[in-house]
Write a protein that binds this ligand. Structure first.
Ligand code: MF3
Ligand code: CO
Length: 246
């Protein structure tokens, strides 16, 4: 069932989403060559405590951390630890905040130091396709309009969209209906209605779209070893422009 949020509920999500956006920006600014990714986890924990919010991801289906840090061929669900960030890396940071009964979910990718032209282009295209998808998130459109807009934008640029993971409804649960794929499937999916809140999260690769899961049972990597980037916004469907919640 797709849950419709009241204007009051969306306001609460905007509050949590604002906090998420702040924390994500603090963390993004700390990403530099030489730091172990655990530093980013510790920073997230401290920033969340300071602001009185809790991590959506910690313990979710057994996920062991508060943030996902995915580097280069890692697509999503990288677990922070002793691995150090390298010069030229593409680092994706995915964060979920739980605040006053509601989750919000957002991600960014950053290039570290001197990145290749291809890596820079991947980051631009992945951000660009998210913005393109969000533009189509309007009442009366279908979920599939978002998906198609994202896929077109990515494939015209010569990159691939990951198919085995999708965006999702978000609210009282981190993952709600509907799924929001980043590619056009068979049907056009459900119609978008005022009060729906969605996490739109394209994952893009420079090579093939196929992925595998690493031995830690979490980290998703590209099968062909190609680079991947990930951007995510939580948005609300209104009777006008979509509202970016986080
Ligand atoms: N943004 C991702 C998602 O919505 C992050 C989930 S990580 C997990 O699926 F740890 F919570 F699983
Ligand atoms: Co998500």
């Amino acid at each position: 069932m797709i849950l419709i949020k009241s204007p009051e509920e969306i306001e609460v999500m905007r509050e949590g989403g604002g906090i998420l956006t702040e924390i994500l920006s603090v963390v993004k600014d700390e990403v530099r060559a030489g730091i172990p990714t655990q530093v980013l986890e510790d920073l997230v924990v401290a920033e969340m405590e300071r602001r009185g919010v809790t991590p959506s991801f910690k313990g979710y289906q057994g996920y062991p951390a508060s943030v996902c840090v995915s580097i280069n061929d890692e697509v999503v669900h990288g677990i922070p630890g002793q691995r150090t960030v390298g010069d030229g890396d593409v680092v994706s940071i995915d964060l979920g905040v739980y605040h006053k009964g509601f989750h919000t979910d957002a991600a960014v990718s950053v290039g570290v130091g001197a990145i290749s032209k291809r890596a820079a282009s991947l980051i631009d295209v992945t951000h660009g396709c998210l913005i393109e998808g969000v533009k189509h998130a309007r009442a009366g459109n279908y979920v599939g309009d978002i998906s198609l807009a994202i896929q077109r934008y990515v494939e015209i640029a010569g990159f691939s969209v990951v198919r085995e993971y999708t965006g999702h409804g978000v609210g009282r649960a981190l993952h709600e209906e509907p799924q929001v794929p980043n590619f056009a499937g068979n049907g056009k999916g459900p119609m978008l209605r005022v009060g729906m809140t969605l996490a739109i999260e394209p994952m893009v690769t420079t090579g093939d779209w196929r992925t595998k899961v690493e031995k830690n049972n979490w980290t998703v990597t590209t099968r062909d070893g190609s680079l991947s980037a990930h951007f995510e916004h939580t948005i609300a469907i209104t009777d006008g422009e979509p509202v970016v919640v986080a």
